[in-house]
Design a protein around this ligand. Sequence first.
Ligand code: GLC
Length: 469
Amino acid sequence: MNDASPGPGAVLSGRQRDQARRLLDDAVVRFRGDPVGTVAATDPEAGNQNYDQVFVRDFMPVALYYLAAGEPGIVRHFLARTREMQASERSLTGQQPGAGLIPASFKVGDDGALVPDYGGNAIGRVAPVDSSLWWLYLLRVYTEVTGDRSLAAGPEFQQAIKRILELCLVSRFDMYPTLLVPDGSFMVDRRLGVYGNPLEIQVLFYMALRAAEELLGEADDGWIYREAVQERMGMLLYYLRTYYWLDLPRLNQIHRFATEEYGPDAVNAFNIVPESVPTWLPDWLPEPGGFFVGNLGPARMDFRFFSQGNLLAVLSGLAGERLAGEIMALVAAKAGDLIAEMPMKLCYPALEGEDWRIMTGSDGKNVPWSYHNAGSWPVLTWLLAAAGHRTGGTQVAERALAAAADRLERTDWPEYFDGRRGRLVGKEAHCFQSWTAAGVLLADHLLADPSLLDAAAFADDVTPIECSV
Ligand code: GLC
């Protein structure tokens, strides 16, 4: 793949594009001669951590970039091999990955076989809830881009889709349409108070359901799954737009909420205590502008802004036209905080002081304004460009990429940046990080040629189904 041309671009220099592209090609992992993914980082100083593995979530922008560049082969092999590694055994011991789970990462072992990690070896033993959801989404994008319906339509892929749906749709203890997950189950794969119903997982769940609806075949019981998917999708849409949405009018309601309401007529169904609204929020929230809050549960609204969940909500149609416009208005109005000098903050603001101590467990890697705790992640630039296209304005993404490109090149494409303005290379960041290069290349490509979005976005055509809590 080394001599392929980097394709069109809008902002990066030819040299920057070549460099980022070479970084990706050098990261390609081969299995029995086929390219099956890219390692997380090719940093020679990466130490004994698992950055030499192919992470499913890290491969997403890489895969989208290769699809945009007209090279779908690696994506097809990735989908086929990860399908083979999907956990398939039902078990009642609680000691095995649940049937349907796609691993967090994998590598080629010493004996030449693929070795998956379902989180059992990961730092903190975190569960990769997002992998299966991303996998379904990628299968949809691959199918749309290539027009190759045969891969997803085959019996083994149909079974894999159904397994993921069973894993997600089964009744559990809670009765919300969202997914209840442990801490650190997505891009934020460490303790950060993101247990429960974090936004990013809910949006990925919505995208996975949309993908499944399109990909499920008619054969056998496919229609039973499709009906279940459609119902859950509509309820999830209603629920997120109703209860997770926050703008100034909604904040005013919350500010005056009554508490301790019992029964079906409760307005403040989750018993959110108005005093839990953080002091930074009322002055920070622009008008127009709004966003989906980071998490919601009993007496708990996490008011932090999480970039990936919000931008995916725009891309997936979950936000609809109006809310998508409000999210992007907020991003533009608050670019000084959310983008500053390196796109883009993973979340805003940082947990500090006692909040940091309690919510992260005194995590030295997640100190305020570093890493997941409001550090800046260049991989998110592609979503900024994609969401910008969706709402009719890419100036913010263009400006952000133009301001960051030289520094990314000079600093060897780090994983993340630190500081309120994102001026410092992350304290423990790996360099030559694949999704940094891919996220930036893909953003550059989308700014010049957004046609991939025909396959990567969803129309806003799902009817919300009212569901009370
Ligand atoms: C970090 C990130 C995680 C990523 C992994 C590999 O653990 O938090 O999202 O998948 O590194 O890059």
